[in-house]
Design a protein around this ligand. Structure first.
Ligand SMILES: [Zn+2]
Length: 337
């Protein structure tokens, strides 16, 4: 079995179908079949654009407004990821999107941490053999691009600082990059630097190289997506020299029409340029994908080799927001593959 790592997976875009059925029943909503749920949760193969993609978060978010549901979703997602062969993951979500029914951002994070702890406890109480190593996980809190949510974003940073090392590993900035440029979020990241919260930033997805340069200037340790760095040779060189990991999400980028097909996905160009590229799912349910499917698609479309796959996994091991002990554990697991 492969030992996989997913560093960029959004909780609200990755609710397992089983979990959605369970929570709909709990909430007293009329039951739907998987086929009926599909248009609410996942994009079709011929997804039109980013707008159609973003619509698929509306329904899941309705189910993510109570502590009990959030705890259950984190637990279920980790269970699915472990069954798939993941040995490490960093799951992200924006606490401010889960406060519609009175939860505070801190309460949202506590619920997610409780789901993580329940998973860990049950995992440790079972015997993990060499073929099914433990899945270790951390949470990344997303501030949101937008207008009028400045205070909510600063609260996200403060909550991240409070729970850093207690389930939370980092901060992120998500949302519509083309409408709300990275440079407008200086306040968020100066507070993150002050409170010593490490961060990644979604950049170079809907906007170009300038957005990535701004993220680097803010002090981002990683870049979410970042594939548009390839439009700027000097930036690619800088990313390679500074060993800044890129959290690449192939299927998601095809869904939002950044590339026409997987054969055009530039993962090999990034590796050949010496960039620390990694492969991630972004949204398992919205994009109807898994970490292993991402690798299979790249194998089929561009003939991704075993050596390239190993390099991508080693890059991910180096890129985690976890500590050196965890990196060493992951490198050993990958070497044994
Ligand atoms: Zn993302």
């Amino acid at each position: 079995m492969k030992r996989l790592i997913d560093l960029h997976v959004h909780l609200d875009g990755s609710l397992p179908y089983e979990t959605v059925h369970k929570l709909m029943k709990k909430e007293g909503l009329p039951a739907k079949t998987d086929t009926e749920l599909y248009p609410l949760l996942s994009v079709p193969e011929d997804c039109r654009d980013l707008n159609e993609y973003l619509e698929k978060f509306d329904f899941p978010l309705q189910l993510m407004q109570s502590a009990g549901n959030i705890e259950q979703i984190v637990y279920d997602l980790l269970t699915v990821q472990r069954a798939e062969g993941l040995v490490y993951t960093e799951i992200r979500f924006a606490p401010q999107l889960h406060c519609q029914q009175g939860l505070t951002q801190a309460a949202v994070v506590e619920a997610a941490v409780a789901g993580l702890r329940r998973f860990e406890k049950e995992q440790y109480s079972c015997t993990c053999t060499e073929t099914t190593p433990e899945l270790h996980a951390g949470l990344i809190l997303c501030a949101m691009r937008g207008a009028g949510n400045e205070e909510a974003n600063l609260e996200t940073v403060r909550v991240a600082a409070k729970y850093l090392g207690k389930g939370v590993v980092a901060l992120d900035l998500a949302g519509a990059e083309a409408l709300f440029p990275t440079r407008d979020f200086e306040d968020v990241f100066s507070l993150a630097r002050e409170l010593e919260v490490p961060f990644t930033i979604h950049a170079g997805e809907a906007a170009g190289p300038d957005s990535i340069r701004t993220a680097l200037a803010f002090g981002a340790r990683r870049i979410g997506h970042g594939v548009r760095a390839l439009e700027d040779a000097a930036l690619v060189k800088e990313l390679a020299e500074k060993q800044i990991p890129l959290e690449c999400c192939p299927t998601s980028n095809l869904n939002t029409k950044m590339f026409p097909d997987m054969a055009h996905y530039p993962i090999r160009a990034l590796l050949e340029a010496g960039v620390k590229a990694t492969v991630n799912t972004d949204n398992m349910t919205v994009s109807d994908t898994t970490e292993s499917k991402e690798f299979v698609k790249l194998e089929q479309a561009i003939g991704l080799t075993a050596a390239e796959e190993k390099q991508l996994l080693l890059n991910a091991a180096d890129a985690i927001f976890g500590g050196e002990d965890e990196k060493a554990r992951l490198r050993k697991l990958i070497a044994e593959m």
